[in-house]
Design a protein around this ligand. Structure first.
Ligand SMILES: [Zn+2]
Length: 130
């Protein structure tokens, strides 16, 4: 099944002062499950790579071909490695859902930046050059 996802973009076409990326370029990212109160931490402005567990402030919308099994495997691996089993299947499904809902709202190639505001994410998109 083809599905739009957020992928880590470690080298965005335009740089902003507070951009950072420690994720692996191209890996699928999810929203952080928890955002802390420390503005210097950066978790309130980043998405998290599923395999590196590292944050990036810039992500690109991409379309990938995944089965439901692929998604389950990826997300349970992430929950196990990043959260030591503290996340259950409902939690990981919710994380996946949140990310794909965001990605579905933008064209492939769009570059997104994120800002947590309470329980909401403010998302800013730079559209790909036509
Ligand atoms: Zn934090």
């Amino acid at each position: 099944m083809k599905i739009k996802v957020l992928t880590a973009l470690t080298n965005p076409p335009t740089r902003e002062a507070d951009d950072f990326s420690r994720a692996t370029d191209g890996e699928i990212c999810v929203m952080p499950a928890i955002v802390c109160d420390n503005p210097a931490c950066g978790c309130g402005a980043a998405v998290i790579g599923l395999t590196s567990h590292a944050p990036t402030t810039t992500a690109a919308v991409a379309e990938v071909d995944l089965t439901l099994d692929d998604i389950d495997t990826m997300m349970s691996r992430y929950a196990q490695k990043a959260w030591g089993g503290l996340m259950d299947a409902d939690d990981t499904r919710a994380l996946w859902q949140e990310m794909t809902t965001i990605a579905a709202g933008y064209p492939i190639g769009a570059v997104l930046r994120f800002r947590a505001q309470g329980d909401q994410w403010i998302i800013r998109a730079t559209r790909p050059a036509a």
